[in-house]
Design a protein around this ligand. Structure first.
Ligand code: NAD
Length: 240
């Protein structure tokens, strides 16, 4: 990653006034949370079932205990801290330049870093609801529960507010995302393989000046990028 490309990115940021960030699991790997598709990601580890099978609605309903074993072990990182990418994005929002973070992540690290307008396309681990009486439970309650977390009031099974495979995305989150992306003069795509749909399709609404892609592996949007940076996103943002 040479200085030239970082300079170009900096100058483009200076020029823009409506920046939107669109990210995925790669944004949090430098915080110690594995992604799905890197070589040390969850898809490379061996389980009885592939991860996308386990985190599906069918699996959750039919094998709730096994779902929670995987979910608690591999998808909950209550002690993870934001890295330089999360922090810089929060700073750009405070300066008024960045208008929204759109994330496929469920880890809540953007909010922990101080970002306010965070659109969680796939929900978040910090919100959990009883499927019977709809009582709310925080992440700590789920982490500390034995096996399948149950409601302390009615005994119902608690489900995390995350979008599992086969489940639909929240329509108000989608429409707010489209609105931000359509108004953006810069869209920064970072730390995502862009192969999970419909989330990845939302970037088609971008019609602004600079499309920036920051990712370690190639993505389907590299050819369209005005600024393409192959590198670690935390490192890139720490140099801005
Ligand atoms: P993915 O695993 O498919 O792709 C991650 C991409 O990020 C890869 O292309 C990889 O090369 C790149 N990457 C990894 N570390 C990076 C770094 N430090 N800097 C730059 N690039 C880096 O992830 P996805 O596209 O987000 O899709 C996976 C799905 O899994 C999402 O829907 C997401 O909800 C979920 N998921 C979320 C988390 C989380 O909340 N942190 C973790 C794992 C999976």
């Amino acid at each position: 990653m040479d200085n030239g490309i970082i300079e170009k990115f900096k100058n483009a940021i200076d020029e823009c006034s409506y920046i939107v960030f669109f990210g995925g699991a790669g944004v949090s790997t430098e915080s110690g949370i594995p992604d799905f598709r890197s070589t040390d990601g969850l898809y490379s580890q061996k389980y009885k079932y592939p991860p996308e099978t386990i985190v599906s609605h069918t699996f959750y309903t039919q094998k709730t205990e096994e779902f929670y074993e995987f979910y608690k072990d591999k998808m909950l990182f209550p002690d993870a801290e934001p890295n330089a990418a999360h922090r810089k994005l929060a700073e750009l929002e405070k300066e008024g330049k960045l208008k929204a973070v759109v994330t496929q992540n469920i880890d809540g690290l953007h909010q922990k870093a101080g970002s306010k307008e965070v659109l969680e396309l796939h929900g978040g681990v910090s919100r959990n609801y009883c499927t019977k009486c709809h009582k709310f439970f925080d992440l700590d309650y789920v982490v500390k529960s034995d096996g399948v977390p149950k409601c302390d009031q009615c005994g119902g099974i608690i489900k995390p507010d995350v979008v599992l495979y086969e489940e639909g995305l929240d329509s108000s989150v989608i429409s707010r995302t489209i609105d931000h992306i359509a108004h953006a003069d810069m869209l920064i795509i970072g730390g995502t393989s862009l192969i999970v749909y419909p989330a990845a399709g939302l970037i088609d609404y971008f019609n602004g000046k600079y499309l920036v892609v920051i990712n370690m592996a190639p993505t389907p949007r590299d050819k369209q990028a005005d600024i393409l940076i192959n590198g670690k996103i935390g490192e890139v943002f720490s140099r801005l």
